[in-house]
Ligand binder design. Structure first.
Ligand code: AMP
Ligand code: GLY
Length: 424
């Protein structure tokens, strides 16, 4: 079969890499893709309209379209493909609200008694300020809509919290995503990501993972899309796994079905493991990036039938999914300055040397091919990923890969996996 993957980051390179291993797959296309993806898939330009992409998919007999990022899902790309009878993996527009509207997600959690931080939603800045003055600091002030991971502002003082409300609701720093704000109490603990595939009824959990959101070592610096990840995440014990499935995952999937919006695709639950148990920080409606880079290499089973089963409602037939025992670690190499403004167009060397290290795969994020050279073309540039027996070795191999690669002003964290290693 022919497959189309939508997106251009490290997550999509990993998806293409995994899909390409399936005996069912004859050819993969990707739009818009990146330099790494172009080595295993044919890149096509992203048309202005999803209907044009659906026309193209129809004419090329694409059997499965896999949507990587949240924005096209929230804009309804899956609805457009399904109307044509084309199979597309990911939630439809209404179900993608679980990520695209924090207020929607909060209401669903409250209604279904799913553990999460106490919150209130406001459209009016004065009412939001009055609420903050009456409540304990710190709070987290969040733009309701999609803001590319930047719409969450911690308010550690009243002044900061008030400024966050102004930034989002009045200055509209995140555009329409800031038409309302969600203000939440602070949760204290260790974060973990919990990823499941679902067909709207049945759920198939992935192995556990954890990413590192802050830009610098020791979780200092600024919030980013993710500077590295590892799997398994020992913080998710088997008791916590069962608790999250019973108290969070199934009630969320059932809650969506109950309101007539069955959620089909990847449900990514961002958790804070507090002293009072795991609580939901956020839902995402797609694989995490860089979590995908450590989850997909650990999946032994063919990914294609699993994605098809999510679309067809037959996931219950795939309970025998197999995993590799090896652990996986991914170190993101970013452009100097990221997540603030950064330069692009730097020549990357050493990619082939890194790929010869046992267990190492280099997934591209912001890269582009220009003549003979591969150049940096984004904030997060590469996800240097390794598998090995045990996390310690996987992390060591990933850093061996990193040291083989060079580009001007490269920035990466030196402590990926420190929490997991600290438990040894
Ligand atoms: P979100 O996009 O909602 O996951 O928020 C981004 C990051 O902000 C999370 O990964 C957490 O590190 C932090 N965060 C968000 N909400 C809270 C909260 N209620 N308590 C503590 N940290 C939070
Ligand atoms: N790594 C966090 C995310 O993909 O949202």
């Amino acid at each position: 079969m022919k497959i189309l993957v939508i997106g251009q980051g490290g997550r999509e390179h990993t998806l293409v890499w995994k899909l390409a291993q399936s005996p069912l797959v004859e050819k993969i296309y990707c739009t818009p893709g990146n330099a790494g993806i172009s080595q295993i898939a044919e890149l096509i330009p992203m048309p202005d309209r999803f209907t044009d992409l659906a026309d193209w998919a129809e004419s090329e007999n694409i059997a499965l379209t896999v949507v990587g990022p949240e924005a096209p899902l929230a804009e309804g790309i899956v609805d457009i493909f399904h109307k044509r009878g084309l199979k597309a993996f990911g939630p439809d527009k209404r179900a993608a609200r679980l990520e695209a509207s924090k207020d929607f997600a909060k209401q669903l959690m409250v209604k279904n008694n799913i553990p999460t931080a106490a919150h209130r939603t406001f459209v009016d800045a004065e009412a939001a300020m009055a609420y903050i003055e009456d409540h304990k600091i710190p709070v987290f002030v969040k733009a309701n809509g999609l803001a590319a991971g930047k719409g969450v502002i911690p308010g550690r003082t009243f002044k900061q919290a008030a400024q966050a409300v102004t930034t989002i609701l009045v200055d509209k720093a995140f555009g329409e995503a800031g038409n309302s704000v969600v203000i939440e109490e602070e949760l204290i603990g260790e974060e973990a990501s919990f990823t499941v595939l679902t067909d709207g009824t049945h759920c198939l959990p992935f192995v556990s993972s954890q990413d590192h959101k802050m830009s610098h070592d020791g979780d200092t610096g600024k919030n980013t899309g993710g500077m590295g990840a590892y799997s398994p995440a020992p913080v998710i014990t088997s008791e916590l796994h069962d608790y999250v499935m019973q108290r969070v995952v199934y009630p969320t999937v059932k809650g969506m079905a109950d309101i007539g919006n069955p959620f089909k695709g990847v449900l990514y639950v961002g958790l804070m493991i507090t002293d009072a148990g795991p609580k939901v920080l956020e839902f995402n409606c797609r694989f995490g990036d860089p979590e995908a880079q450590v989850l997909l290499p650990r999946l032994k089973s063919d990914l294609v039938p699993l994605l098809m089963a999510c679309i067809d409602g037959t996931l219950a037939q795939h309970a025998d999914v197999e995993w590799h025992d090896e652990a996986a670690a991914c170190v993101v190499m970013a452009s100097g300055g990221y997540p603030d403004p950064y330069q692009t167009g730097k020549i990357i060397t050493g990619l082939e040397d890194a790929a010869t290290i046992e267990g190492v795969d280099v997934f591209h994020a912001g890269t582009k091919q220009e003549g003979e050279n591969i150049l940096t073309d984004g904030g997060r540039v590469l996800g240097v990923t390794a598998t090995a027996d045990g996390l310690h070795d996987a992390i060591q191999r990933a850093y061996q890969g990193v040291s083989a690669i060079r580009f001007a002003d490269a920035h990466f964290r030196n402590d990926i996996g420190y929490r997991a290693l600290g438990r040894d």
